[in-house]
Design a protein around this ligand. Structure first.
Ligand SMILES: Cc1cc2nc3c(=O)[nH]c(=O)nc-3n(C[C@H](O)[C@H](O)[C@H](O)COP(=O)(O)O)c2cc1C
Length: 349
C-alpha cells in the first residue's frame, strides 16, 4: 500500500521497517506498494521507484532482510501512473494535481482523470516502446534485488488499466475499440516482462474487475474475458481488485465485496486468483479459501492497523503452527497464556 514516503523514488528506512514488520508479523507474502517504472510513472513525488541503481540497492537491502529474518516471501508491484500521475500524497487531496512542479502525464487518449487533472498526452507508438522497455528494466532490477514474485498493476485507473477500460481508452487505432484491441498494449508489456523475469518465479496481474458504472465500463463478465486473455499468455494469477477507474463510479461496498469477482474468474477461467477488499477476520480468509473462491487472500488496511495481524489471528484461533521471530518467543507464550486464561474466566472452557 502506497506509503508516499520515498524521495526521488528511493525506498528508505521507513520502507525497510514498514515491510519488514509485516514480514515479521506472519504474512506469508508481502507486496510492495505500486513501485513505478519511471519518474514520470510515479503517482506522487513520494512514490517508490525501480529505475535507478540506487533504487535497486535500497530494495535489495530490504528484500535481503525479509529473507534473512523471516519466512515471508516478498513481491514487487510494478506500475505506471499514466493519467493519474503527478498528484498529491494520499493524505493530502488524493488524485488531485500537485500544487506546483507538475510533470507531464500520458495516457491512451486525451481523457483526464477529472476536470481538475491534467489532460494526458495521447501515447504514440514511440511512447509505448519506451514504457514497455521501462517495465522490462524494472523487472530485471527486481530480479537482481531478489524479489520472489512480480505483480503488474493493471488496476485502479493507472496507465495499463486506462488502456483496458473503454472509459479512458478512446483510441481508434489497433490499441482501442474492442477488448482485444484495448488489451493489446498491456499484453505486450506482460510478454516483455515475462521474458525478463525468471521462469520459476510467478507473475500476477492486478485488475479492476468492475468499473462500477454499468455497461459503459468494465463489468464482471468482461473481467472474466480480460483474465482469460491474460491466462492464455501464461499469467500465473489474477489479483482481483475493482474500481478506481473513474470518478463516476458507484461502488457497492461491503464485507468481502470483491470476492465474487475472484470467485467467478477462478472458476470460469481456471486460473489462480487473489481475493482482496474488506476482508478482515480469520473466518473470512478461511471461508474464502475453503469454498474455492480464491487461492490467496490479501489484507491491506488490517495490516496498516496491525503488522502482526496473522500472528494475532493465529493466537485467537489457538493455532500453534506459526513461526514467531525468535527474540519474541516469550511474548508469544504470554499472549497464548493470557488468551487461554481469558477464555477460562469468561466460562467458555
Ligand atoms: C493507503 C492505501 C494505499 C494503497 N496503495 C495501493 C498500491 O500501492 N497498490 C495497489 O494495488 N493497491 C493499493 N491500495 C489498495 C489496497 O491494496 C487494497 O486493495 C484495498 O485497500 C482494499 O483492501 P483492504 O480492505 O484489505 O484494505 C491502497 C489502499 C490504501 C488504503
Amino acid at each position: 500500500m502506497a506509503q508516499y514516503r520515498a524521495l526521488d523514488g528511493t525506498p528508505n528506512d521507513w520502507h525497510l521497517i514498514h515491510y519488514a514488520e509485516r514480514a515479521k508479523g506472519g504474512a506469508g507474502l508481502v507486496f510492495t506498494e505500486m513501485t513505478c517504472v519511471s519518474a514520470q510513472g510515479r503517482i506522487s513525488p513520494g512514490c517508490t521507484g525501480l529505475y535507478s541503481d540506487e533504487h535497486e540497492r535500497a530494495w535489495k537491502r530490504l528484500v535481503d532482510f525479509v529473507h534473512a529474518e523471516t519466512e515471508a516471501k516478498i513481491a514487487i508491484q510494478l506500475g505506471h501512473s499514466g493519467l493519474k500521475g503527478s498528484t498529491q500524497l494520499g493524505w493530502e487531496t488524493s488524485d488531485a494535481p500537485l500544487l506546483t512542479d507538475n510533470w507531464e502525464v500520458i495516457g491512451p487518449s486525451q481523457v483526464p482523470w477529472s476536470p481538475d487533472n491534467q489532460t494526458p498526452r495521447e501515447m504514440t507508438r514511440v511512447d509505448m516502446d519506451r514504457v514497455r522497455d521501462e517495465y522490462v528494466r524494472s523487472a530485471a532490477m527486481a530480479e537482481r534485488a531478489g524479489f520472489d514474485w512480480l505483480e503488474l498493476h493493471y488496476a485502479h485507473g493507472y496507465l495499463m488499466s486506462s488502456f483496458i477500460t473503454p472509459l479512458t481508452n478512446k483510441r481508434s487505432d489497433e490499441y482501442g475499440g474492442s477488448l482485444e484491441n484495448r488489451m493489446r498494449f498491456p499484453l505486450e508489456v506482460y510478454r516483455a516482462v515475462r521474458k525478463a523475469w525468471p521462469d520459476d518465479k510467478p507473475i500476477s496481474v492486478r485488475i479492476s474487475a468492475h468499473d462500477w458504472v454499468g455497461a459503459d465500463g468494465v463489468m464482471p463478465q468482461d473481467a472474466v474475458a480480460i483474465s482469460r486473455l491474460l491466462a492464455e499468455e501464461g499469467v500465473d494469477l489474477i489479483d482481483v481488485s475493482a474500481g478506481q477507474t473513474t470518478v463516476e463510479a458507484q461502488p457497492v461496498y461491503g464485507r468481502m465485496f470483491q470476492t465474487p469477482f475472484s470467485d467467478r474468474i477462478r472458476n470460469e477461467v481456471g486460473i489462480g486468483t487473489l481475493a482482496v477488499g474488506n476482508i478482515y477476520e480469520p473466518d473470512h480468509v478461511n471461508s474464502i479459501l475453503m469454498a474455492g473462491r480464491a487461492d490467496l487472500v490479501c489484507l491491506g488496511r488490517p495490516h496498516l492497523a496491525d503488522p502482526y495481524w496473522t500472528l494475532h489471528a493465529a493466537a485467537d484461533l489457538k493455532y500453534q503452527g506459526t513461526t514467531w521471530p525468535k527474540p519474541y518467543l516469550r511474548g508469544r507464550d504470554q499472549l497464548y497464556r493470557l488468551k487461554a486464561r481469558a477464555e477460562t474466566m469468561s466460562g467458555k472452557v
